[in-house]
Write a protein that binds this ligand. Structure first.
Ligand SMILES: NC(=O)c1ccc[n+]([C@@H]2O[C@H](COP(=O)([O-])OP(=O)(O)OC[C@H]3O[C@@H](n4cnc5c(N)ncnc54)[C@H](O)[C@@H]3O)[C@@H](O)[C@H]2O)c1
Length: 475
């Protein structure tokens, strides 16, 4: 028995390309659009969009493509329905979800009496929460149960108009957002049959929904950046095309995964200085560059986020019933939260220890180190904080590095504990910063396993995990 056809709702760019590629691969397709003229065009064997290869594929595969008169026929004749309806911007810029939810209201009564399992695959670009809302509507209005009678996958589309058939067949990746592996497997099998290449990642609904926006916003960010270079070029009289062609030749740092790991705010000597410097220069020269100008404010927002999340974590780590913590008055005691509330004792103030304060590993450079800012912030909030960093030797901190510390935090070195053992003995919560010497200490059996640990640097997650150290994280 040949497999049942796949149905597609919405015959715009996405629906049409999907139809062209699937039918070309031998898959039977049932199409339907809310606009009757689009249905009529396809019935005649015409494409509704101009895209390389699409009209030819639609004409070539006429016998595999059906366009019934009603949506009821579409749903009855298929068990997998792709939803490719538009999500146009509203007047305020928000995403128009009328068509997506419209489909939910329309299909719900149609699956009410339909036997068997029906899988909905949303290809439209939708904000986080929309798929779950879609499921809720279908569940409420069909009386059928999600996961038992019907499924839903958020499957963002990454094709570029102009080379959409090529992108459909060889996508950078296939993203399937679902909490049901069985549903994802159905689509993987379909793509295997249709010869769609590349890696598949199964993620949550929300990840899939947001992922599409992240991709397009990153592309927009790149275009905006390159266009700011073009405006600088006009002012400084150079060829931006030539310069950007050289720029993208750097596939080690510029066009690469480097600098794309979510982490602490950017710091060190160069990045903040040069972001501020270029922003100021462009302002002075009257060159509009909102993307570059937004870098420092964005970094400041990230500091505010890190500080607030870190304080929440410290607070929750401190709430463990019987821990040896120090009261804010300074005496060490066995503190029990409940009894401290009953006896009206001061709230426990954990002794915090920051492991690694240089702006990154393998260096003693403290200039604009995000960990130095974390340290200062915690002190300013009244916490007891010490630090350990085997690469920071106050006698060897000289020049601009020393000048920075002296201008920013004169008595900083007074808070250093030179030996790791003493540091751990004097610390209730270890906050892993840049982590100089941490991996080595763990491999030598440094007992971090029975400490409360908060890790700020994602590059150290693996080292902690493989040493079986449990830790909390902000990012
Ligand atoms: N165009 C692209 O390159 C591209 C790429 C990736 C993702 N997307 C996303 O895919 C979605 C569709 O994009 P598009 O460019 O194909 O849009 P489009 O506007 O070209 O087509 C959408 C179609 O859906 C139809 N429709 C609306 N409500 C319907 C309903 N209830 N039943 C059946 N049909 C209905 C419309 O009549 C229209 O023909 C959007 O969310 C878009 O953001 C588009």
């Amino acid at each position: 028995m040949s497999p049942r056809p796949i149905s597609i709702l919405g015959i715009g760019y996405v629906g049409m390309v999907q139809t062209a590629c699937l039918s070309d691969a031998g898959v039977d397709v049932i199409l339907f659009d809310a606009k009757p003229f689009k249905n009529e065009l396809v019935r005649r064997g015409d494409a509704t969009v101009v895209e390389p290869g699409v009209p030819e594929a639609i004409a070539r595969n006429r016998r595999r493509i059906q366009v019934p008169e009603t949506l009821a026929e579409v749903i009855a004749a298929s068990d997998v329905t792709y939803i490719c309806v538009g999500t146009p911007p509203q007047a305020d810029g928000s995403v128009g979800l009328k068509a997506v939810f419209g489909v939910a209201h329309e299909v719900a009564p149609l699956i009410r009496t339909k036997p068997g399992y029906h899988l909905f695959v949303i290809r439209s670009t939708i904000p986080p929460g929309t798929s779950r809302e879609f499921i809720k509507i279908v569940e409420a209005e069909s009386g059928k149960k999600y996961g038992q009678d019907f499924g839903c996958i958020m499957h963002p589309e990454f094709m570029r108009e102009g080379q959409s058939m090529e992108d459909f067949r060889k996508p950078s990746f296939t993203i399937l957002g679902t909490d049901r592996k069985e549903d994802a497997r159905q689509i993987e099998e379909l793509y295997h049959r249709a010869g769609v290449q590349g890696e598949t990642f199964t993620v949550s609904f929300e990840e899939a929904e947001l992922f599409k926006y992240l991709n397009n916003n990153f592309h927009a960010l790149k275009v905006a950046f390159a266009n700011e270079v073009a405006r600088m070029a006009k002012h400084y009289n150079f060829d931006p095309v030539r310069l950007m062609r050289i720029f993208v030749r750097d596939t080690k740092l510029n066009v690469s995964p480097y600098y794309l790991m979510p982490s602490m705010p950017f710091g060190g000597y160069c990045l903040p200085k040069d972001a501020r410097g270029l922003r100021r220069l462009l302002e002075h020269e009257n060159i509009d560059a909102a993307t570059i100008a937004s870098l420092i404010p964005s970094n400041e927002q990230h500091y505010a986020f890190v500080f607030s999340e870190l304080e929440k974590l410290i607070e929750s780590e401190s709430k463990v019933p019987s821990a040896t913590l120090r009261t804010s008055a300074g005496q060490e005691s066995i503190v029990n939260n409940q009894s401290s509330i009953i006896n009206n004792h001061p709230a426990p103030s954990p002794r915090l220890g920051l492991w690694g304060v240089a702006f990154k590993r393998q260096t003693d450079d403290l200039r604009e180190s995000p960990y130095l800012h974390v340290f200062r912030h915690l002190k300013s909030r009244g916490y007891t904080v010490k630090f350990y960093d085997p690469l920071i030797n106050p006698a060897l901190i000289v020049g601009a590095n020393l000048a920075y510390i002296e201008s920013q935090y004169k008595d900083f070195f007074n808070y250093q504990i030179p030996a790791a053992e003493d540091f751990l003995a004097d610390t209730d919560i270890v906050i892993v910063g840049s982590g100089n010497g941490l991996a080595e200490a763990l491999s030598q059996g440094m007992p971090l396993q029975n400490k409360k640990v908060i890790c700020l640097d994602p590059w150290l997650y693996d080292a902690l995990t493989s040493a079986e150290v449990k830790f909390s994280r902000i990012i």
